[in-house]
Design a binder for this molecule. Structure first.
Ligand SMILES: [Fe+2]
Ligand SMILES: [Fe+2]
Length: 332
């Protein structure tokens, strides 16, 4: 193959796995290099000291059995139902592997969304401290993509595509032209929810590598959520009625999408389960309901701290049964 043919060949390979889309947002120079938001500057200093190398910080030599009960079976919303009781021991082992691969694949793709969004924030945010911090977050997110990819590839040997609800929300965040929406969507909602989901994974997992990996990721993510809260604090004080309503609707829509992203339909298909019946059982399962609600335990207090918990959104949160989290502590 000559050089031109090789270039064309590799371009063809790239086209087979890429998805392009247009975004428009204002890129912003800042000519004031003085610390502007001291809290963000402090967070940046902390982020520099907290960097880690995914290749050396984790013990990748740990042998993982992908079909073991790495997460307790009882955390599967189908556990104990007649569909579960019909599964053979071999099918249960397969189900564990598929479910874990699906969950970690969503983390992987969500991390890529965060990588793209934090890179956009470097460009769009008007303060130098915000640009500094977002640059460290971009590095963090690259590392998170790296660890989930490595775990899926080397330990589970299976990866699922992105869930359509998660994809819709990330698309909205990346294509919105307003810089605050990128924070609101990514740092406050997606990462707020991810913190709760990672917390669940860390607590429930009995697999030492996954536990350690999740702890490392969580330490970074806690800073990312704080970055969102510190950056947006005070920003929403002077909005017009219409601008404010747009933010409230964005938050509500994001919460709805995130709640619906938890149905692992692709896994049910893989397991040959009856989709409609499984959906019905999972939607009414106490485990799923509690898990969905628990996920919002960080989002709601942060939304409140930003001054967005207005009557319209309170009603919507009450409908989703997540308003009760408003009294919990915010993340900054
Ligand atoms: Fe991340
Ligand atoms: Fe993050």
């Amino acid at each position: 193959m000559n050089a031109t043919a090789e270039a064309q060949h590799s371009l063809g390979v790239v086209e087979s796995f890429q998805e392009q889309f247009s975004t428009t947002f204002d890129t912003c120079y800042t000519w004031n290099y003085e610390p502007f938001k001291v809290s963000l500057r402090n967070l940046y200093e902390k982020a520099k000291h907290s960097q880690w190398d995914a290749q050396t910080a984790l013990d990748w030599s740990i042998d993982v059995d992908p079909e073991a009960e790495n997460l307790p079976d009882v955390s599967n919303p189908l556990f104990g139902t007649h569909l579960w009781k019909k599964l053979t021991p071999a099918e249960i082992r397969k189900f564990r592997r598929e479910q874990l691969s699906w969950s970690l694949s969503q983390f992987l793709h969500g991390e890529q969304g965060a990588l793209l969004a934090s890179a956009q924030i470097v460009d769009a945010v008007p303060w130098i401290d915000g640009k500094y911090y977002a640059a460290t977050q971009t590095m963090d997110e690259a590392r998170h993509v790296e660890v989930y990819d490595k775990y899926l590839r080397e330990k589970l040997d299976k990866e699922y595509p992105i869930n359509p609800h998660l994809k819709t929300l990330i698309d909205q965040i990346l294509t919105d032209s307003r810089w605050d929406m990128k924070y609101l969507g990514m740092q406050i909602m997606v990462e707020g929810l991810a913190m709760a989901a990672f917390g669940f994974m860390e607590k429930m997992s009995t697999e030492p590598l996954l536990k350690d990996l999740t702890q490392h990721v969580m330490r970074d993510e806690a800073r990312h959520v704080a970055f969102g809260v510190l950056s947006l604090e005070g920003v929403y004080a002077d909005l017009t009625e219409r601008e404010l309503q747009e933010r409230l609707e964005f938050v509500y829509e994001g919460c709805r999408l995130m709640r619906d992203r938890l149905y692992a339909v692709e896994v049910w298909q893989e397991m040959g389960l009856p989709i409609d019946e499984t959906y019905d059982i999972v939607a009414h399962s106490e485990t799923m309901r509690e898990f969905q609600k628990m996920l919002f335990a960080k989002v709601v207090p942060n939304v409140k701290r930003l001054g967005l918990l207005k009557p319209w959104l309170r009603d919507k949160f009450a409908e989703l049964d997540i308003l009760k989290f408003e009294a919990l502590e915010a993340s900054a």
